[in-house]
Design a protein around this ligand. Structure first.
Ligand SMILES: [Zn+2]
Length: 500
């Protein structure tokens, strides 16, 4: 989800970065070793990076990912940079570049500090505390791109993280090895660079669950005295997570985590999160309500659409699929696991989707105009979620009608997942194409019409006129002020209608 400014708060979802790196064998002498130190009190993380220069003259590092949450000034938080005394250093903040000029080819060390002091802007709390490090007294929140330097001439296939000093006895969680401790050096392949996240602090509560035999971890904080988060999260571990694994017929995962931590710099209700490797990170304030639960449901659903499966060149190209279809899968599973009832379903469809989409100033913007406006314009940010969700609902109805209830959108999605496995086994960096989507969906619906509708509704951005659409017998659409309003026939068991 993205930064949806609602009465109750803010909702954010990061488009997934492409994190594919092909395996290459590099000489064993190359290394990239991060040594970390924190005293548990200060707002700085001290980092020393040991490396072997890839070329004789200089090494260029790029620091920070400004596209991660749109943090254009992220370079400012790397401070006190220094290198071996025999070498010299040049910093180009404009380009986020640090160049070390070498005097020899001996192993090198670059030292720097990451300033994780709170920005303390209550209005931007969710952005500043998710997409920047947070290091305050007894709290450390860190993502790989906040402390790692990226050599432009990448020669290593893995890197390591080890703690030189850290406060003893603080609970600690690192996403790459959930039950590890700071005493253990982590060796991580480059392809998993974007999946590194760690938290440390005496307030952390780390619980372990089993979902279809897969270890699931929840990381919450005792600082939240308003909610009993462990019990709020219980329905996810008991029903939603098992159900969504059933939906995808997928029980293959080493582990999964959800890290849900309270914000520091605001009391106003807000929440946001992003997927990070086999898990997801969320921050929030205020009462942990249905909206917060939807964020968790949406984000954890991204494990399949958005992370495993990307449609198009990157996650931005067809966000109607990555976000909207993901949101529809979320809703089906919330119904299945009894976490949303008929009233909640209608509210989501009518108020959060139809009303907001059909009255949005950006409702008919073309698909390719979304990416350039995504971080700048709130209406554009929300557009792919709603447009994709509404199309998924439309498509699901059409498939159910055409197959007389024997098939549904789930069949399309399972076939796409299979196709995805096939293309990834040939090329681990390949994504599904729009053509794959059309070809597979055309097993269930007439090809030509489908192609036209995708072009019309998803690429050109025209609104679906539900006055001319036949839905399954459970549903009826009326129009109020040019906005579709869904009604459910009496005596309908929604859970049964959507069962699989
Ligand atoms: Zn999302």
């Amino acid at each position: 989800m993205n930064k949806a400014f609602l009465a109750l708060g803010v909702l954010i979802c990061m488009p997934f970065a492409s994190i594919c790196t092909k395996k290459t064998n590099y000489p064993a002498k190359d290394k990239l070793e991060y040594h970390l130190s924190w005293d548990g009190q200060s707002s700085t993380l001290k980092v020393s990076l040991d490396y072997i220069p890839a070329n004789k003259d200089s090494t260029v590092f790029i620091y920070g990912s400004p596209e991660f949450g749109g943090q254009t000034d992220i370079f400012k938080i790397v401070q006190n940079i220094n290198c071996n005394s025999s070498d010299s250093l040049k910093i180009n903040s404009q380009e986020h570049q640090i160049t070390i000029y070498h005097s020899d080819v001996e192993p090198k060390r670059i030292n720097y500090e990451i300033n994780g002091q709170l920005v303390n802007n209550p209005k931007r709390a969710i952005y500043d505390e998710l997409f920047r490090p947070v290091i305050t007294e007894k709290t450390m929140y860190m993502v790989g791109c906040f402390f790692m330097m990226n050599p432009t001439e990448q020669k290593v296939s893995s890197f390591s993280i080890q703690w030189d000093s850290f406060p003893e006895h603080f609970p600690y969680f690192i996403s790459t090895e959930p039950e590890s401790s700071p005493l253990k050096k982590q060796i991580i392949t480059m392809s998993k660079k974007e999946e590194v996240l760690f938290v440390m602090g005496p307030d952390l509560l780390i619980n372990k669950y089993s979902v279809h035999g897969i270890p699931y971890y929840s990381i919450t904080s005792k600082r939240d005295t308003m909610n009993n988060l462990s019990s709020e999260l219980m329905p996810f571990f008991k029903s939603y997570f098992p159900d969504i694994r059933d939906f995808w017929q997928d029980d293959h995962a080493p582990y999964y985590y959800i890290c849900t931590l309270p914000l520091f710099s605001t009391n106003q209700s807000m929440a946001g999160g992003f997927g990070c490797g086999p898990g997801f990170m969320m921050k929030y304030t205020g009462k942990f309500d249905d909206w917060n639960k939807k964020i968790i449901a949406h984000e954890t659903a991204h494990n399949w659409i958005g992370q495993t499966m990307v449609l198009g060149k990157n996650s931005f190209e067809h966000q109607w699929f990555g976000e909207g279809f993901n949101d529809y899968v979320m809703l089906l599973n919330l119904i299945k696991s009894d976490m949303i009832d008929q009233t909640g379903f209608l509210h989501y469809l009518n108020t959060d989707m139809f009303l907001k989409h059909y009255t949005s100033p950006a409702r008919e913007a073309k698909n390719d105009s979304i990416a350039p406006n995504y971080w700048r314009n709130d209406d554009y940010e929300k557009l792919p979620y709603r447009r994709g969700f509404i199309f998924a609902f439309y498509l699901d109805n059409k498939i159910r009608m055409a197959s007389e209830g024997h098939q549904s959108i789930r069949d399309v999605l399972l076939a796409l997942l299979e196709k995805n496995r096939e293309i990834r086994s040939a090329d681990p960096c390949a994504n599904l194409s729009l053509n794959d989507f059309i070809t597979i969906t055309a097993y269930y619906l007439p090809h030509e019409q489908l192609q036209q509708e995708i072009e019309n509704y998803l690429i050109q951005g025209n609104l679906i006129d539900f006055r001319n659409v036949k839905l399954i017998r459970e549903f009826k659409v009326n129009y109020r002020n040019d906005v579709p309003v869904l009604e459910i026939s009496d005596n309908i068991n929604l859970k049964k209608s959507f069962s699989w």
